[in-house]
Design a protein around this ligand. Sequence first.
Ligand code: PAF
Length: 286
Amino acid sequence: MTKRITTVQEMHAVIRTLKKEQKQIGFVPTMGALHDGHLTMVKTSLQNNDITIVSVFVNPLQFGPNEDFDAYPRNIDSDQEKLEALETDYIFYPSVKEMYPEPLAISLKVNRMAEVLEGAKRPGHFDGVVTVVNKLFNIIRPDYAYFGKKDAQQLAIIEKMVQEFNHPIEIIGVDTIREADGLAKSSRNVYLTEQERQEAVHLYQSLTLAKEMYDAGERSSDALINAMHEHLSANTSGSIEDIAVYSYPELVEQQQVTGQIFISLAVKFSRARLIDNIILKGEKHD
Ligand code: PAF
């Protein structure tokens, strides 16, 4: 049975007992609307820990004023069913009031790493993410926490936060799970119209195209970006908001593919803004 816990106090009590019993705790933070991407992280945690806790919390702090906080898909009963089927131990499902009883007097701010990519497009987004993840880490005190590589910038920022704020937690990045045609699984895919859903396959195809060019020896970021741009504008009606090559996990823009880099893209459809990326391990410069 998957026990649903809604208060911080009760969660603290459960964690105290688990720690006394020396259980190894795996934690998967989510905003619900669980899909196979989340469930893969849950399965990985279940395989590697004594206890797995999944949080479901749509965090208002990480949504901008014109973003989809109200419309964000929520379905706790179906989420719970999916977690029951995997025999997950606990769901932590707090209300907004429980997590933020009053406006925060203290803020966390992500500096340089939030000034690029998604952070540049969504001011304050990563400040909201690190704030809630800090709170969740303090409430759940996991040994391992699982984050998707689809949100590569988020993963890099969380790893940095754990290092700088001395959380005794190991962060595990989990590979992006894709539909059969390559579209990365995302809770926001439900916003796509039928036509856009068909076009959305070209996001991954453009990343694959860049990888093929890279494998054939191309090292210029501009060449890869231009080819992806051409492919996307020929095949989708969405507006291309960003295609970029950054070092990973440092998040510095790169003119040439050297060292470990990721190519990221963001495309805005009528109601959905989709992101995807691919990580390439280029050879290092001397
Ligand atoms: O990746 C997400 O779903 C969210 O950003 C997270 C990590 C659960 C924090 O709200």
